[in-house]
Design a protein around this ligand. Structure first.
Ligand SMILES: [Zn+2]
Ligand SMILES: [Zn+2]
Length: 278
């Protein structure tokens, strides 16, 4: 459920990128871009995406052909699974934006750096190809899909559990793609209809995340959880609790990264100005 992802070659300081499409980016002439992935990684991600799609189709096939009576609760678990995927996307996104550091071993450059690039250079996300966009999330979703494929469909409980997990993992594995669609000026027609219906995250809702103070609407699949979480001040409360326990300040790495690419830092809205954070 990472958002933009991955890398292997540190290139962010070496490229000039067009800034015309930067709605909320700092005023800057030099913007970071995503890191290119090596061929071996591309092969791995292609295999992971293929396996993920195959397992989703196989499990949907199992569910539709199983000889188990289905009631309203089973159907209800489909949107519940989608909502759970949305919540998890928000939690991971918030964690990366708020507490992640590029300097972290193993995940820093690979998983957290893309979040930093995306905030400074939104247009760069649209330059990423399908494999690059979806490969990492597919790798993360794969163990779960293998696991549910092993659940027999002999009881209602097993059937309902599998229904929830398929819904959760199918939507969750598309997190980066749905996020990218939300940035497209003209997404595919069907996607646009699903966005308009509120089934997928829409561009207007996601634009709030890229607007000062950059601390809202972290959820990036369906977007259903954004409003309820904001209404209870969920992430700010969580941040205050973590700061109280650990002493860490939220978004310190994010602020430092943005300042590297801002010509006039005095004009940039403070990421820590809201409720003690972002
Ligand atoms: Zn973000
Ligand atoms: Zn975005």
């Amino acid at each position: 459920m990472k958002i933009p992802g991955n890398d292997s070659q540190p290139t962010s300081n070496q490229h000039l990128a067009a800034s015309s499409a930067q709605d909320a980016a700092p005023s800057t002439s030099t913007l970071p871009v995503h890191d290119a992935i090596p061929f071996s990684r591309r092969i791995l991600e292609t295999l992971a995406i293929t396996a993920t799609l195959t397992l989703i189709v196989l499990n949907v096939g199992r569910l539709t052909t199983a000889d188990i009576p289905v009631n309203w609760f089973t159907w209800f678990l489909i949107p519940v699974g989608m909502g759970a995927a949305d919540f998890l996307s928000g939690l991971i996104h918030w964690g990366a934006d708020t507490w992640g550091r590029e300097s972290m071993p193993l995940i820093g450059r690979r998983l957290l750096h893309p979040f930093r690039v995306h905030h400074v250079n939104q247009a760069d996300f649209l330059e990423r190809r399908f494999i690059d966009t979806n490969g990492d999330v597919a790798i993360l979703a794969l163990p779960g899909l293998v696991g549910i494929s092993l659940i027999p469909l002999e009881t209602t409980l097993q059937y309902n559990l599998t229904t929830f997990c398929v819904s959760f993992l199918a939507v969750g594995s598309m997190t980066n793609q749905i996020h990218q669609w939300a940035h497209m000026p003209q997404p595919p027609w069907l996607v646009k209809q699903l966005q308009n219906c509120g089934i997928l995250l829409g561009s207007n809702a996601h634009a709030l995340h890229h607007s000062p103070p950059y601390t809202e609407n972290y959820c990036i699949t369906t977007g259903w959880c954004n409003r309820p979480l904001a209404s209870i001040d969920f992430f700010r409360r969580l941040e205050r609790g973590i700061t109280r326990v650990t002493g860490y300040q939220p978004r310190s790495d994010e602020e430092a990264y943005q300042e590297k690419f801002t010509n006039n830092v005095n004009e940039k809205p403070s990421l820590t100005s809201i409720h003690g954070g972002s």
